[in-house]
Design a protein around this ligand. Structure first.
Ligand code: SF4
Ligand code: SF4
Length: 171
């Protein structure tokens, strides 16, 4: 599934329809904090962490099933996430996106949050946007985006090795 960004200009209703589209066919980036959280619930990192290289940097992504490219934590029978309460930050952000620079999309505008200027978007291909009774605020999206950025910047191979060797990870 390709993210089709539209500027998030106000708070929006959202209810996940469990269509699986966002849990299949794309890299789900992991931070060290995500890996530590999932490990703390009894999962072996050998089963759920894959390594990839992007722009000369090592990135960690969630493992996926070969037969449908779906995330290994997606339950094909219920359509739900098996690790919902402790899934990665990036899964909690989706179907929203936080950028530190504009993407060049009509109608986009900066949003000031905690002294930072960010650009907020939603994925217009997600069928849960505009649905349900719950409302997602722009502050909530920006907060998660800044948290992801902070954790992602300190995620590297040395950190993973420290985590695997049992050293505490400061989350
Ligand atoms: S967040 Fe959107 S795309 Fe992802 S499973 Fe829910 S409804 Fe589908
Ligand atoms: S961890 Fe859960 S929400 Fe995230 S991609 Fe996997 S199944 Fe989807």
């Amino acid at each position: 599934m390709r993210f089709k960004p539209k500027p998030l200009k106000s708070d929006v209703k959202f209810e996940c329809k469990f269509c699986l589209d966002c849990c299949r066919g794309r890299f789900i980036y992991l931070t060290l904090s995500d890996i530590a959280n999932i490990m703390a619930h009894g999962h072996d990192p050998q089963d759920f962490v894959l390594m990839t290289v992007e722009g000369g940097k090592i990135r960690f992504v969630l493992a996926y099933r070969e037969w449908d490219l779906g995330c290994i934590f997606h339950d094909p029978e219920t359509g739900k996430c098996k690790i919902h309460s402790y899934n990665p930050i990036i899964c909690k952000i989706y179907p929203f996106m936080v950028s530190h620079k504009p993407l060049g999309i009509e109608g986009e505008e900066p949003f000031e949050y905690k002294g930072e200027k960010v650009w907020l978007y939603y994925d217009e291909s997600c069928p849960g946007i505009g649905e349900g009774k719950g409302t997602i605020t722009r502050e909530e999206v920006a907060e998660l985006g800044l948290k992801f950025q902070k954790e992602f910047e300190k995620t590297d191979l040395d950190g993973l090795n420290r985590l695997l060797s049992g050293e505490n990870h400061g989350t």
